[in-house]
Structure formats: structure tokens, C-alpha cells
Design a protein around this ligand. Sequence first.
Ligand SMILES: Cc1ncc(COP(=O)(O)O)c(C=O)c1O
Length: 431
Amino acid sequence: MRPADPGRLSGLRAELYDSGARQDAYERSVINLIASDNAVPGWRRHTLPYSGDMIQEGIVGRRPFAGAALHNELERIAAEVACEVFGVDHAILQPHSCSQANQAVYHGLLRPGDRVLALRFRAGGHLTHGMRHNFSGRTYAFDFYGVGADGRIDYDEALRAAKEFRPRLVVCGSSSYPWIYDVAALRALCDEVGAYLHLDLSHEAGLIAGGAFPCDLGPADVVTMSLDKTLRGPHGAAVLCRADLAGRMDAAVHPGTQSSFPVRRLTDAAAALLESQTAGFAEYARRSVALTRALGERLLAFDARAVVGGGSDKHYLLLDTERVFGRDGRAAEELLEDLGLLTNRQWLPHDRSSGFDDAGGLRLGTAWLSSCGYDTADADALADLLVRALSGDDRDDCAAAFAELVTRDRPGDVRGSTDFDWTAADGGSEA
Ligand SMILES: Cc1ncc(COP(=O)(O)O)c(C=O)c1O
């Protein structure tokens, strides 16, 4: 290896700080409709329970590194908060991401080659639900269920597939399926074929915690969820389960699929979970769903084909740019990005082609909008702007409409908060 060149390093340092500062400024100048993104409350940058940098590994009471007494205490408290919020017996907050949490679930419940039934990728499933390029599709034998013409999961098809395929595990969860899940139907299906039920609530966790998305975790054997996304916590994930699977899931996380984790992830996550039980968070979650609805209604008023399935129960909807505007998802994403509207191209259930660049539409998320205090009048204005931009209206006119939306001060914007109102969602005070 060649020795480092101090002159080059000094140049790279300047580039790094310059580039980082421009990214900070850029993020303040855009409207972020990427459904997995969110804006983190300002108070969390100042008043978190623990601000150290230690890592730890293993489970409570069984650690390979010294200095673990308080780590045990912190992990026990954080896990208890998660159990309390989601009404489960056992919680592990160590996974680095929801992909890794899913990996741990498969590792804990399956052997390589075992059969798994999951929602088809184009119907909303995730890479870790059996995509052939992903570890999941390479390690386990996946089959899929899908959605009907109305865009809703076809539970009868899922049952037929399960009876024929005899999976050991059924995965329910999605990245781009905008509707409530019928968890009871999937439980019945699992009982019929003797399979475990895994709910992957990566996207919905914050909405569920905030009471804005009904989803019964009780029938599931195992649940995974992102701590970031709608939950607005640190990047990472949780595995939740019943008491009888606790030992297996602990071992599946460590030593099964990961070693160390930053202790701060546990404490940051616990702070976010506690916040999720406050009135302010409930309002954020409710508003995110209301914003999706408002955006959807306005887009549907423009063209009845605009919103795939005709609506959404969540913090995102799917916009069919191909059919309505004659632009594929990639072209639409790039056009909007040029204005400062960040979205992501999205495969739609009816898309025929298989290339990522051929996605037929966009996924439009509202969690960031809600955290930044946008209201339903803003959602209407945003829908109008999307329609104008995607219809090819004059760019300067669209840019002016965009500037109007992005610059306004909004009282509900959490980014500016320096402390937090711990008033509970039921009106009680935790302070
Ligand atoms: C349903 C679902 N599961 C798992 C994941 C993986 O999460 P991560 O990207 O944090 O690994 C995602 C990511 O968006 C997801 O949508």
C-alpha cells in the first residue's frame, strides 16, 4: 500500500466539509416526499438520555466486554419501553437496520432451503422478502402472494398458495403496499399450514405507535420494524416476539447475525418510543395519514387513474406517472428532483417490465411533511404543483410555486424544537 499523501488528505478534508455543508443546505431547500425519510425533532440533538460512544454486544447479563453493568440496565429499560409501547413480551433493539432484523428472524426460525411465503415485490414486498438478488432469495425457497385488480392483498390466493407450497414462515409487510393488513386472515392461514407469521412493520411502526394505523401485533409470532422511518428514532431496527421465542430471537441476533451495536442506539430508540406516546407524536402520525389522503384526493380529482388502488391508509401513496402523464417513474423522479421535490421511482403492481429504471410511477410519502408542520392546504398545493410539473408546465412557474411552499414558516415544524413536551397522548403528564 502506498503512504497517505498529506496534501491530498488536506484537500479531501476541505472537500468533505464543503460537500457536507452543501448537503445540509440542500436538505433545508427541498421538500422530501421519500417515504422512508423523516425529519428528526431538534430536541433530540440536545437532550438524549445518553450521549456516549461505547459499543456492546451479547444479551443482557451475558457480555464479552467490561463496563457492562449500566449497559445491561439501559438495554433492559429500552426493551421494556418497546414492549410497553407495542404490547409484546420481548424486544431486541440491537439490529443495525430492518434488513438485518429480517435476516435475524429467518436465521432464528428457518434453515437454509426452508420455504417462505411473502408478498410479491411488485405488489409492495421488500428486497429481504425473497428477491433473488438478495440474501433472502438465495438462502431460502420463496413463493409469493399478490394483490387483486383492486390493489388489495388477495388473501384467498395467499391461502391457496400456502396450502400448495407449505411454507414454514409467512411474511406480511411491505415497502409500497398502501393498505391495512388483515393480520387475522394471515394468522388463520398460518395455522392451517403450520407456519410462523412474521410481520415486517418497517414502515408502519411510528403510525402504529402513534395510533394512526390499526394493526394487531398479537397474532404474529415475530415482528420487525425500523426505528427510523415513521418512528423518527435512530437508524436501526427492532425484533419483537412472544416470550417463548425470546431465547431463539436473542440468539438469532447475537451471535446469529451480528456482533456489536452502539449502546446509544438503544437509548435513542427508547427516547423516540417514549415520544411516540405523547400527544404531539399522535398528532404527527394522524396528520401524516391525513396528508396522504388529501394529496390522494386532489390527485384523483385531476385523473381517476392517478393514485394506484384509489387511495391509501398510510404515510404514502403510489402515483401512476406512466398512465397519467406518459412519464415513467425515473423520468418523473428526475423532473421533480430538478424542482426540489424528492420522490422515488416505484414499481407498480401492474408494471410489466422488470428493469428498475422502468418503474411505472412514484411513491409519495408524507412523514417528513407532517414532521415539518405541513397541513392539508399545503397538500392540495403540493398536488397541484405535482400535476403542473408532470404535465410539463413552464419550469419557472413551477419553481415559483415550489418556493412558496418550501419557505413558509410552520409552527408545527419539529426540527426547531429544543425541548420536548412529554404530555401523554391521553392528556396525562409524564414530566
Ligand atoms: C418492508 C421493509 N422491510 C425492511 C426494510 C429494510 O430496512 P433497512 O433499509 O433499514 O434495512 C425496508 C426498507 O425500506 C422495508 O420497506
